[in-house]
Design a protein around this ligand. Structure first.
Ligand code: PLP
Length: 447
């Protein structure tokens, strides 16, 4: 048995947790996870739970993916690190670059720029967007558009395009020139529109209106998640992302798909962009690219954007961005093994089937529990429950009550994630029908 008070004191004295109030962990000891096996985690007390969160939307292949572990070990042995700044490269990044270009060819993406995670990927994509316009002689295109409720990581550019005040206000003033468009969030929106298709059209009209107001010639890029993840799994109508693409094309604005969560099968398609039949100009990836086993990411760049950089003779296209760990050979080796396994297991199909089971199960829980105001999902293994204290007023449930839901589910056998008044579910893509039943049963108990 863990000595709760002793560990609480050690944890609070030594660690600040991301996305948490430092004082919270002095009051409550977070679960201490000591092992992961398949899709199950074990805590320090020996209690086991099916991981309904999939790490942090990243452990798509579960905790026992031996080929990825072996690839990491072998690469550590052979070449544990070397930089790929100008002048050197390594065989792992070359092989991975070719594999990614092939994997994302249907998305029109041809080049990879490596990063060490999702926030890095967002930062790089937003920088490249401005640079693209400068290289083309449109230096005035410096502004960014994004969706309210969107999440784009925590670097300053990413926080500036972020659409959730919780991740912004502490750090303001952020970058000027970032403008936010209403998200196609049927449960709450300024238009009071509940029909997904009509709402998509209203949001698209708001996007075009903002472009005209700002002046298209001042805007570099629109960044959006194909399905909004951290904002509470907001699944837009199928017309929405194609509509955004068409508007961006009309006004010469680059479209960046932030697929840190949605790439590699989570939505039931190999990318969120492909789910909606859209080819972005750039795509950010990270998380599941290494199954969460190594911090790594890549920005994928379309042929059209690459051509502008590669044909430049002025010197303006020289990339002044990159990280010590861009193209880390161990991360690249992990990603190669992960991509092979992802395709061999065809995890997107399981994500689609189990995602439907999960979504239907959550809808049944909504019938049973009044505190479930809204259920979102239905496209692969990303779902959310929005909890309210009163269905009529949609008043969000209080923090203590949602913490009880979390605890009840955990004690009954499933880890779920709480974000604001949402319970978010994003299990590994290898979950079985039985695993989903366990998650639903545990959530039922928590509710
Ligand atoms: N973009 C999206 C869509 C994300 O969901 C996240 C993280 O959840 C990020 C960017 C930031 O990624 P990271 O936490 O790896 O920096």
């Amino acid at each position: 048995m863990k000595d709760e008070n002793f560990l609480k004191e050690r944890n609070a004295r030594s660690i600040w947790h991301p996305m948490a109030h430092p004082a919270d962990s002095q009051k409550n000891l977070p679960e201490i996870i000591v092992a992961g096996d398949g899709v199950t985690i074990t805590d320090v007390d020996g209690h086991k739970a099916v991981d309904g969160v999939g790490g942090l939307w990243n452990v798509n292949l579960g905790f026992s993916c031996q080929p990825v572990k072996d690839a990491i070990a072998a690469q550590l042995d052979r070449l544990p690190y070397y930089s790929i700044f100008r002048g050197t490269t390594n065989d792992a990044v070359i092989e991975l670059g070719e594999m990614l270009a092939e994997f994302f060819a249907p998305d029109g993406l041809e080049r990879a720029f490596y990063t060490s995670g999702g926030s890095d990927s967002v930062e790089i994509a937003l920088r490249l967007a401005r640079q693209y316009h400068k290289v083309r002689g449109e230096a005035g295109r410096v502004k960014y558009l994004s969706l309210k409720k969107g999440y784009h990581g925590t670097h300053t550019l990413g926080a500036s395009v972020n659409g959730n005040a919780n991740f912004r206000t502490q750090y303001e003033p952020l970058m000027p020139g970032c403008y936010h468009i209403p998200a196609p969030y049927t449960y709450r929106n300024p238009f009071n529109e509940t029909d997904p298709e009509k709402l998509a059209q209203l949001c698209l009209a708001a996007l075009e209106d903002e472009i005209k107001f700002q002046g298209a010639e001042t805007i570099a890029a629109m960044i959006m998640e194909p399905i909004l993840g951290a904002g509470g799994v907001i699944v837009p109508h199928e017309s929405f992302m194609p509509g955004v693409r068409a508007i961006c094309d009309k006004y010469g604005i680059l479209l960046i798909a932030d697929e840190v969560i949605t790439a590699f099968g989570r939505t039931g398609a190999w990318s969120g962009s492909r789910l909606w039949g859209v080819q972005p100009d750039m795509m950010t990836t990270a998380k599941a690219i290494t199954n969460g086993y190594f911090p790594f990411g890549a920005v994928m760049i379309s042929g059209r954007v690459a051509e502008v950089f590669e044909s430049d003779t002025s010197g303006k296209a020289a990339i002044g961005s990159g990280y010590t760990y861009s193209g880390h050979p161990v991360g690249a080796a992990a990603a190669i093994a992960c991509l092979k396994e992802t395709q061999a297991l065809n995890v997107k199909d399981n994500a689609a089937a189990r995602g439907t089971q999960l979504h239907e199960g959550l809808l049944a829980l909504q019938e049973k529990h009044d505190i479930v105001g809204d259920v979102r999902g239905g496209r692969g293994l990303m779902c959310a429950l929005e909890l309210v204290s009163d269905r009529a007023t949609k008043a969000p449930i209080d923090k203590a009550s949602i913490a009880k839901v979390h605890r009840g589910a955990y004690e009954t056998g499933a880890m779920v994630r709480v974000s604001g008044n949402n319970v978010i579910l994003s299990p590994s893509l290898i979950v079985t029908e039985g695993n989903i039943a366990t998650i639903l049963n545990a959530l039922d108990a928590g509710l």
